[in-house]
Design a protein around this ligand. Sequence first.
Ligand SMILES: CC(C)[C@H](C(=O)O)[C@@H](O)C(=O)O
Ligand code: SF4
Length: 458
Amino acid sequence: MPSTLFEKIWQAHCVDTMPSGSALVAIDRVFLHERTGAAALKSMAAAGRPVRDPARVFAVMDHIVDTRIGRGDGTLMEGGSAFITETRAAAHAAGITLFDVNDPDQGITHVISPELGIVLPGVTLVAPDSHTCTQGALGALAWGIGSSEAEHAMATGVLRLDKPRTMRVTFTGKLAAGVTAKDMALALIAAHGAGGGAGHAVEFAGEAVEALDIEARMTLCNMATEFSAMAGFIAPDAKTFAYLAGRRYAPANFDDPYWKTLRSDEGATFDTEIVIDAASLAPMVSWGTSPQHSMPIDGAVPQGPERAHRYIDLAPGAAMLGTPIDVAFIGSCTNARLSDLRRAAALVKGHRVADTIRKAMVVPGSSAVKRAAEAEGLDTIFTEAGFEWRASGCSLCFFAGGERFPEGSRTISSTNRNFEGRQGPGIRTHIASPETVIASAVAGVIADPRELARESAQ
Ligand SMILES: CC(C)[C@H](C(=O)O)[C@@H](O)C(=O)O
Ligand code: SF4
């Protein structure tokens, strides 16, 4: 019987099925970060439970680290240093691999795991972090868990899990110029709701998905959790194998026929199917306080919940274009990889951030991305345009990064969440692609990246 990619990975990892229907699933890799990792490691140590196989467990400092260049263990967030020092001590005691604050391999969990070849096609990988689904872009089953589940996985090598339903989201056709993987994700969530993927393992497929490079596939899978999916993933193909070749933890070659079996068979059926015409998509921007409050950038704000309109201070029917912004941020596990920075730099070259912008910053997704960007001179392009160039970390993606702006400030942000207070008390967040962040930073108001690209081309 034809089976889906999900079913193949599940079957290969299912150790036992319990009478309740729950399964015990073998876990190949666990990734921790300082915000939630220390708690799991400390609790295991207190209970006298060792990490079963330390070679499969990795930790990194990303959430709270200071992203100003020349950092140490100090943090912009008050009291943040303890997360760093405790994670360090616990990681050393447990014998796991730690990428510390100033390690050359440091970076945001979901950026460095693919970069180092830790996540691989067909593996199961968990982390106490909801955006672990990003890593499904390599053809893995990767999902976010709670801290106590992380302890369970580290102590036993398995997790108990209810089998999710399967969904395929097919993007047909080709994206128009200026429309990106971020826009695909926001369009899906706007159309089907922030709860649309609940209870499902979601495979992204179709011509427009196959056309994405691996980093853009990560952007799409990153947002699966904003769709409430357990996981999002894409069948590995020649691009995936080429991306992973030569990475430190990856196997020497992907010629083994096994790798080629990691795709949904012709005729495999899914519990739910969604089809979206990629060619019809425009650059998207969020107008409200949930990723489902997203709209084509050149449209009018739709009618939504009263509270969202009040928080964001935009009335139904208002034009999104031209809305003044205070802060522009390019960063996060969604959109701060080298390809994101290259596209952003190409667009900003020869322009300057508007005088009315209080702060504009670019925070590379990893220290390796930072070095590679600097080798190409992207940092100079950004700083000449008026952006601050930072060290890697989560930074302004969420408030614990410690950046502070006055209440009511409006940000245009290449991140994935626009909840009330996500970037600080009273901050109004608009999520969009890096291209849209650049166009808006240059204009000082929310602006269409296609216009800036046209102007630059003239
Ligand atoms: C702090 C962490 C647990 C959290 C998550 O789970 O995703 C953070 O990364 C986020 O993006 O909100
Ligand atoms: S960059 Fe943002 S979304 Fe990603 S792990 Fe860090 S806080 Fe979470």
